[in-house]
Design a protein around this ligand. Structure first.
Ligand SMILES: Nc1ncnc2c1ncn2[C@@H]1O[C@H](COP(=O)(O)OP(=O)(O)OP(=O)(O)O)[C@@H](O)[C@H]1O
Length: 395
């Protein structure tokens, strides 16, 4: 019997885990200055004081979370007197859920889902920290997700004022923000702002040369020599840079190498990369669409619907706003904020053209329509995602 390609024992992968999204890269170049700033902020914790609160800001895929994971790992190795906790606010969206993650880090188990009031949970956490003489550092990854309903404000007040209710506790925060335009700190109450006093560490987009270095390192660690010829690496760099998110690079390499492997080839070809690009881009778009709130999703749906209505005509922002009125109430300011967010997430491009005065034209980016068309109930994103009355009071 001939063996199926699945069972073929020849592989191009030295270590396929290198391409996992959760993989912590061994080499982390081009971020020395940011790592130095984070080390500076954490230094007081090694002497038993609270850290300097810090905002890590930069577009998606610029290494913010990775920088935190690396520095937290170093802190954990160096001392037990600091408890660093990294919390994804995309997943944990309430103060209780975030404190639940701190509890998990301290006690090795999650607190009961209900029945324990937040105050008691905080009391247990504070008691354990003072008993250990440890400093707490909470990193809120994608902290912008906690802005609705003042969750971020209340949570920060809880962490940074913990020492008032529980004398002897010391705690500080790191806030990770991918939306370069949102001034998170300005959205907080003056009282919280005054205890936060955060300094900022900026993570710029990687240049094509830096992307080349990062992808070449990943290829060296994950694939056998010669699998990716130089011209194919050039294409990988060009595609990754064009889509603006480094995550797409390793994902393309994984898919392209798998395709070559299934064909029993020893080298990846340009065609493998181009096919992998389309698939990886859809994954990226899907992730961005999933992160939208009800208002942003309604705006995106209306843009796509307006485009489909008359494919010859450009999509004008005023027309989209009118359409939206049938679905939910939204002020024009809130509408524009949401358009900006869709642009930042690279779901649309905005351009201003002269057309009976200045008009804003919206272009839907590659892959978005495909992702929105995945039927509800499949593994993709439903066409009619979250909708309803949206909160216009965004700061
Ligand atoms: N300098 C680097 N060297 C190697 N890999 C990197 C580097 N920077 C980022 N990466 C990789 O890119 C991916 C995205 O990085 P990371 O999650 O740290 O970005 P981020 O800025 O936190 O993104 P987001 O704002 O979308 O959460 C990860 O797989 C990470 O390993």
């Amino acid at each position: 019997m001939t063996r199926t390609p699945l069972m073929a024992d020849q592989t191009l992968f030295r270590d396929s885990r290198t391409f996992d999204t959760t993989h912590l890269p061994e080499t982390f170049n081009y971020r020395d200055a940011q790592i130095r700033d984070l080390a500076f902020a954490l230094r007081p914790t090694l002497r038993g004081s609270a850290p300097l609160n810090t905002v890590l800001r930069g577009p998606p895929g610029t290494g913010k979370t990775t920088a935190v994971r690396r520095i937290f790992a170093e802190v954990e190795e160096a001392t037990q007197a600091v408890v660093p906790v990294l919390v994804s606010c995309q997943v944990h969206r309430t103060a209780y859920a975030v404190f639940g993650q701190v509890y998990l880090a301290l006690f090795g188990q999650v607190p009961p889902g209900s029945g324990v009031p937040l105050r008691r949970l905080m009391g247990r956490i504070a008691g354990e920290l003072t008993a250990r003489g440890a400093v707490l550092v909470v990193c809120l990854d994608d902290a912008g997700y906690l802005l609705p309903d003042n969750v971020l404000n209340d949570l920060l007040a809880g962490i940074l004022r913990m020492h008032e209710g529980y004398p002897g506790t010391r705690a500080g925060v790191m806030l990770v923000v991918s939306d370069v335009d949102v001034d998170l700190v300005r959205c907080l109450d003056p009282a919280t702002r005054s205890v936060l006093q955060a300094s900022e560490v900026y993570f710029p987009l990687y240049t094509p040369e830096e992307i080349r270095g990062i992808l070449a390192d990943r290829i060296r660690a994950g694939l056998y020599p010669g699998v990716v010829p130089p011209a194919v690496l050039d294409l990988l760099v060009e595609r990754t840079h064009a889509c603006g998110d480094l995550r797409v690079g390793p994902e393309m390499i994984r898919r392209a190498a798998l395709a070559a492997e299934m064909d029993a080839r020893r080298e990846v070809e340009a065609a493998d990369v181009l096919a992998a690009y389309a698939a990886s881009l859809n994954l990226q778009v899907e992730r961005a669409v999933r992160s939208l709130d009800a208002g942003e999703r309604a705006v995106l749906d209306s843009i796509v619907a307006a485009g489909l209505e008359d494919e010859e005509e450009p999509v004008i922002s005023g027309r989209v706003y009118e359409r939206l009125g049938d679905r939910m109430q939204m002020s024009y300011t809130a509408f524009h904020e949401r358009l900006r967010r869709l642009e930042l997430l690279r779901l649309v491009d905005l351009a201003v053209v002269r057309r009976r005065g200045l008009t804003r034209v919206i272009l839907v980016r590659e892959g978005v329509e495909e992702v929105l068309q995945v039927p509800a109930g499949s593994s993709g994103v439903p066409v009619n995602g979250p909708a309803g009355v949206c909160d216009d009071e965004k700061c």
